[in-house]
Design a protein around this ligand. Structure first.
Ligand code: ATP
Ligand code: MG
Length: 367
């Protein structure tokens, strides 16, 4: 299947899994830009998509702990992939290995065979995922939404990732100092350094988040008309001073981007989708969020990321399914689903179909 000439995109050519979730060993070649994975429940469709996300970000969008990704009863995993940049034909070999050594998890990443720091590894492969759990982004906790923004931005922006990591460390150390001040074993002046650092790093983070939401709001929505409201927990020296007594009393940093949130608002009266939207509306809002993120990645790094769509068609009406069909050929896309209606299969005839069973993929020749 041909892709439009004008669009530059990333292409994952091959993927090799060793001891990843329920995959003992898997060598996969992506021959077409569009891949459909079919199969019964609990066979490894979502795990396969997760491994691509992992290769991109060195993290899982689902697992709470990296250890969960290692196949049960094993003590290491390896994920490798060959990425081709369609623009200049450059090939990049990516590799992540994780091993449990003396009860501790050790993660190593390589680019073209050379060991790198994680911050230097990221950016070689970009993905945007849509999975059933994402629906929680609308109604779930603010920390879930922040986690989502961070995973998205850190994937393509080293400066953001660096600032975020440093900010997190500063908050931990500042909180320790707040506790020491409360206990009378440290002086209030000692806070100055940490507060200044918090404001400096916090500004980098919130400026980038602000630009991110501005961009998302500028992208035309495919499914519904709604927009994102960035609920910035403003951070300034003045505000920190106002909160100082309370921060010392609670030994907690009470303001700043670690308390940011965002909402999905819809209609002229700006209704909050979390309280008023139907389940279907939540689903399409998330799809719109993800598709806007594809545009954001494209505008930031100059090529379209891989789109991973897990169980995307269920619960969508025909019109919405058509919308999705119209988008899948704009970049490399991998779709996982238990089954597909015959009319969808017909429309996806340029794709390669695979049957996933017990951690193995077999091509379905007779679609
Ligand atoms: P569904 O259609 O229900 O979404 P799926 O094909 O997407 O199914 P996955 O979520 O990819 O299924 O795979 C789930 C299977 O992987 C489960 O049987 C689960 O027990 C297994 N699994 C998850 N983590 C590991 C692990 N670390 N080691 C071995 N097996 C694992
Ligand atoms: Mg699944």
């Amino acid at each position: 299947m041909g892709l439009p000439d004008t669009i530059s995109f990333m292409f994952l050519k091959s993927l090799k899994l060793v001891n990843f979730r329920n995959y003992s060993s898997c060598n996969f070649e992506f021959k077409t830009p569009l891949i459909i994975l079919l199969g019964n429940n609990a066979q490894g469709k979502s795990n396969f998509l997760e491994s691509i996300y992992f290769l991109s970000t060195t993290k899982s969008h689902k697992a709470e702990k990296d250890e969960e990704l290692i196949k049960k009863a094993e003590n290491f995993l390896r994920v490798e992939g060959q990425v081709q940049n369609e623009e200049n034909n450059d090939q990049t070999q990516l590799e992540i290995a994780m091993q449990i050594v003396d009860g501790n998890l050790v993660k190593k990443v390589k680019v073209n065979g050379v060991t790198r720091r994680i911050v230097d590894y990221i950016g070689n492969l970009s993905v945007v995922t849509f999975s059933p759990e994402d629906i929680n982004l609308v109604t779930g906790s603010p920390s879930l939404r922040r986690w989502h923004i961070d995973l998205t931005l850190a994937q393509i922006d080293k400066e953001y990732k660096k600032a975020l990591t440093e900010y997190g460390e500063i908050i931990i150390r500042k909180n320790r100092l707040l506790k020491a001040i409360r206990e009378g074993i440290a002086k209030i002046e000692e806070l100055n350094f940490w507060v200044n650092e918090q404001v400096r790093l916090g500004e980098i983070i919130s400026t980038k988040r602000f630009k991110f939401f501005n961009f998302l709001n500028s992208v035309e929505k495919k499914f519904d008309s709604f927009f994102f409201e960035y609920l910035q927990n403003e951070l300034s020296l003045k505000r920190i001073l106002e909160y100082q007594v309370r921060e010392i009393a609670s030994a907690t940093s009470l303001i700043g981007p670690h308390r940011d949130d965002f909402r999905f608002l819809t209609g002229k009266d700006k209704r909050d989708l979390a309280h008023f939207g139907s389940r279907g509306e939540h689903r399409t809002a998330i799809l719109d969020l993800k598709l806007s993120e594809v545009s954001f990645v494209e505008s930031t790094i100059g090529s379209r990321p891989i789109l991973l769509l897990d169980d995307v068609f269920s619960e969508l009406d025909d019109t919405h399914q058509e919308h999705v069909l119209g988008l899948v050929s704009l970049q490399q896309t991998i779709i996982a689903s238990v089954e597909l209606d015959p009319h969808l299969k017909l429309k996806l005839k340029d794709a390669s179909f695979f049957f996933v069973e017990n951690g193995q993929l077999n091509e379905i020749v007779d679609k």
